[in-house]
Write a protein that binds this ligand. Structure first.
Ligand SMILES: [Zn+2]
Length: 64
């Protein structure tokens, strides 16, 4: 997954200060991310073992 701002390796998926959600690397997340938590953002999981919680996250994203 690439960062939507600098094309670096994304580490976070979260809401930006501009409104829309985006994939962000660590430094871009620090600049334009709104934080971690419900409705704000999450750290990307690198292991492909996380199927649980995906539906919750998707529903959460639609609200914003
Ligand atoms: Zn970046």
């Amino acid at each position: 997954m690439k960062c939507n701002f600098c094309k670096g390796e994304a580490e976070y998926d979260g809401k930006t200060i501009y409104g829309p959600w985006a994939f962000m690397c660590k430094s871009c997340f620090a600049q334009v991310g709104t934080g971690l938590g419900l409705g704000k953002g999450q750290k990307l999981k690198t292991e492909p073992t996380t199927k649980k919680g995906r539906g919750i996250n998707d529903a959460n994203r639609k609200q914003s």
